[in-house]
Design a protein around this ligand. Structure first.
Ligand code: ME8
Length: 518
């Protein structure tokens, strides 16, 4: 079986996750479900990034030890992923003993090789990002990543010799055009960071101690990014007595990250891997952010939307649909309560839910619930309808394969709309009234067949809804496969449910906007 390794970033334990942070993991989970449906053996990794000054400060503020704090946060994260039915295979925590040991070993290895050297650092430091910047990297004198004030700091420190690898990295980018997606992220890295001259990276800190200590010089704590990035390897048992998962799954097939951490994943991470003589991931997918109309989601603006708020009222699938439908690969997506309710009512209740319900009731009314056999004769409308559907199915598949989930869903919805239109075109109620039985059979058969295909394609995105839909039209579990999109002859004489169960209940807009107000 072909293997597939997907990673999400490991999250900072700084508080509850909002819908923006949840996006990366929902996307990874969707890809996992899709790949599994295509027959892959998939390993999906997520977890928590538990060290660093920021974590220590948050714990202190709450009167807890850092360990108590990260334990609570790890539980919080896993509870949320359980609620969201995220099928990760391992939840990595960077306080895991074996991770700490491996990071120490890697550090010593880099020291021995001369990739890490000791020096002293004076620079402009952004506390929240735990990153030093040069004067030229600042934007309006502030941190280029988060926009906050930076402070001048001096400390004895170890450095990673990034300069040594700069040309090798550029060459790698050139020779592997699929490595970074989307393309503009690569250009950004080259023009903003690599071409102006890659600075060596300070990889230790002495100003706090919540981190992994340098084995040979324990007053230094290893920089949180060197620690955190390594989790993608340690999770698989890299450098451990049992490294079978590592042997099986590395290199990762896709690593998904948000735009704010692109630089760490597109520059430092590949360089660390080169220094370890390890193959690089096949692809790093960088997505944009979920924004609010008034800008970033943040505690200080009081505009945070938590996934629980949406899931508890609209269900998991509606929440996932909304997040995935937002176009986040090449641009930021704007969340608004109006847009959420509108999509819920129009896309899910009207387009999808009504289609399924109307069709099921017609199968019951005209054929006592048994999908009719049809003689294969197609008129122009049927031919056009089949062709449209098959072309669009291919398009959806291409888009998913290219990780463009938002457009994939958009195209899938054109099939749903087209299927609704087919009802109006064929007017089964008139065919029944006029006794045109063969045409009526053809219409109902085509409708059920399209709903079946829609159901199969929905499995990776909205698994429960898809399974519910397929159950209602009588498609057995063992025939719910991607291959069945191409070839399926199981429809003959299957029985649909007697009374269709609504997939989504229509909502009153005003009431929902009241509920969704922060
Ligand atoms: O970056 N919309 O953790 P994190 C979309 N610990 N995605 C968003 C978002 C938004 N509004 N806000 C955050 C870290 N994210 C590091 C990773 S990996 C070795 C270390 C995304 O908790 C963000 O871009 O700050 C990132 O991909 C993920 O949420 C976790 O962010």
């Amino acid at each position: 079986m072909k293997k597939y390794y997907i990673t999400t970033p490991i999250y900072y334990p700084s508080g509850k996750f909002h819908i923006g942070t949840a996006y990366t993991t929902v996307l990874a989970d969707t890809l996992k479900r899709y790949k599994q449906l295509r027959g892959y053996d998939v390993f999906m990794l997520t977890g928590l990034d538990e060290h660093g000054q920021k974590v220590q400060a948050v714990a202190e503020k709450q009167g807890k030890t850092p360990q108590e704090h990260v334990d609570e946060m790890a539980q919080m994260a896993q509870d949320l992923w359980a609620l969201m039915d995220i099928k990760y295979d391992h939840f990595m925590r960077t306080t895991a003993k074996w991770h700490e040991e491996t990071v120490q070993k890697i550090f010593e290895y880099f020291l021995e090789k001369g990739d890490i050297y000791k020096g002293s650092y004076e620079g402009l430091y952004c506390m929240p990002c735990e990153t030093y910047f040069t004067e030229t990297q600042l934007v309006d004198g502030k941190c280029p990543d988060c926009g906050r004030e930076v402070k001048l700091l001096k400390e004895e420190a170890y450095f990673f010799n990034m300069k040594k690898y700069a040309d090798k990295l550029l060459k790698y980018y050139e020779e592997h055009p699929d490595f970074i997606q989307p393309e503009n992220r690569k250009t950004e890295m080259i023009n903003n960071f690599i071409k102006p001259g890659l600075e060596d990276l300070c990889v230790t800190r002495t100003s706090f101690d919540w981190g992994i200590k340098v084995k040979s010089d324990p007053k230094h704590v290893i920089y949180v990014w060197l620690d955190a990035l390594t989790n993608y390897l340690t999770a698989l048992g890299y450098m451990q007595p049992d490294d079978s998962l590592f042997k099986k799954y590395w290199p990762a097939d896709i690593q998904i990250v948000g735009k704010d951490i692109a630089r760490f994943h597109l520059i430092y991470w590949p360089i660390f891997l080169m220094a370890l003589d390890l193959p690089l991931p096949k692809k790093i997918l960088v997505h944009n952010w979920v924004m609010m109309k008034d800008g970033k989601m943040s505690k200080s603006f009081g505009n945070i939307v938590y996934p629980e708020k949406l899931i508890n009222r609209y269900g998991l699938d509606a929440t996932k649909y909304y997040l995935l439908r937002m176009s986040l690969i090449s641009q930021d997506g704007i969340y608004s309560p109006e847009d959420f309710v509108e999509r819920y009512n129009s896309d899910l209740c009207n387009d999808l839910g009504n289609l399924v319900n109307r069709t099921i009731s017609m199968v019951n009314k005209y054929f006592s619930g048994i999908v009719p056999e049809y003689n294969g004769m197609k008129n122009e409308v049927d031919k056009e309808f089949e062709e449209f559907t098959n072309n669009k199915l291919k398009r959806v598949e291409q888009l998913i394969e290219n990780f463009d989930i938002s457009n994939g869903l958009q195209e899938l919805w054109t099939i749903i709309s087209r299927t609704n239109k087919y009802i109006d075109e064929t007017r089964p109620w008139e065919l029944s009234k006029n006794g045109e039985t063969e045409k009526l059979k053809s219409s109902i058969y085509h409708l059920i067949e399209n709903i079946r295909k829609i159901g199969i394609m929905l499995i990776p995105f909205m698994t429960d809804t898809a399974k519910n839909l397929l159950r209602q039209i009588g498609v057995p579990e063992n025939l719910q496969t991607w291959e069945s999109l191409e070839k399926y002859d199981g429809l003959k004489n299957i029985k649909v449910i007697e009374k269709g169960e609504p997939l989504f209940m229509r909502k009153d807009i005003e009431e929902e906007l009241e509920y969704l107000k922060n």
